[in-house]
Design a protein around this ligand. Sequence first.
Ligand code: ATP
Ligand code: MG
Length: 241
Amino acid sequence: MLTLEGVCAARGDRAVLHDVSLALPAGGTLAVVGESGAGKSTLIAAVLGLLRPTAGRIGWDGGPVRACRPALVMQEPRAAFNPRLTLRRSILEPLTARRMLPDRDRLHRLCSGLELSSDLLDRRPTEVSIGQAQRAGILRALIAAPPLVLFDEPLSALDAATQKHTARMIADLQAEEGFAALIVTHDLGYAAAHASEIAVLRSGRVEEITPAARFVRSPQSAYGSRLRDAALVLGALERAA
Ligand SMILES: Nc1ncnc2c1ncn2[C@@H]1O[C@H](COP(=O)(O)OP(=O)(O)OP(=O)(O)O)[C@@H](O)[C@H]1O
Ligand SMILES: [Mg+2]
């Protein structure tokens, strides 16, 4: 279980996260939604240990998060890849770094779940589409079977049809693999359709944490209601309703 208790974090001199407490059980899905600048990526950096909190505690099953070797799926699909290497080399890197060999059956199963062909894996990042690069990024994140995967806006670089398809693949793989997913997104429709709980982050503070189905019906905070209403106007909650 991932826990954050009273976490404060700063970027330089600027306080960005204020007293953030969250819990994500093993195998669960928690979405953190908030507008640009709310502190979502800062939260991910703190969970990954890339940024030391100025106060509070972050842990996984009572130990440091890094001990569970969490994986990250980045917003920018090609950012996970060295442009000079084939996708395959980069995808296997989390294993080779640990002197592990890929389990062929598992690799095959992940590739088929993400609709990635062997031919595609032998190309370089610039020789595939953004959607394919993002699916390869998800494969790289999952290859070493992490118990915790952090998704930083995993769909925002994709077009609407590709978003829907990729969201489904992530959900199916999560059901098979059982990892806990912390999804940060400004897309309330995605959060409501795929997370069990929604945490609303505003200017670095958690405004509410509500089961997703309940959030769609009745958000608990005034700010959560505004986000929900805006998403309703855009038709973004149809998937979740
Ligand atoms: N390296 C940095 N140095 C100084 N300030 C930063 C740095 N990175 C982020 N910030 C500031 O911290 C605040 C939170 O940024 P963060 O990137 O966590 O937001 P976000 O919710 O991920 O936004 P977005 O949806 O645009 O990705 C913002 O005000 C941002 O300007
Ligand atoms: Mg961000």
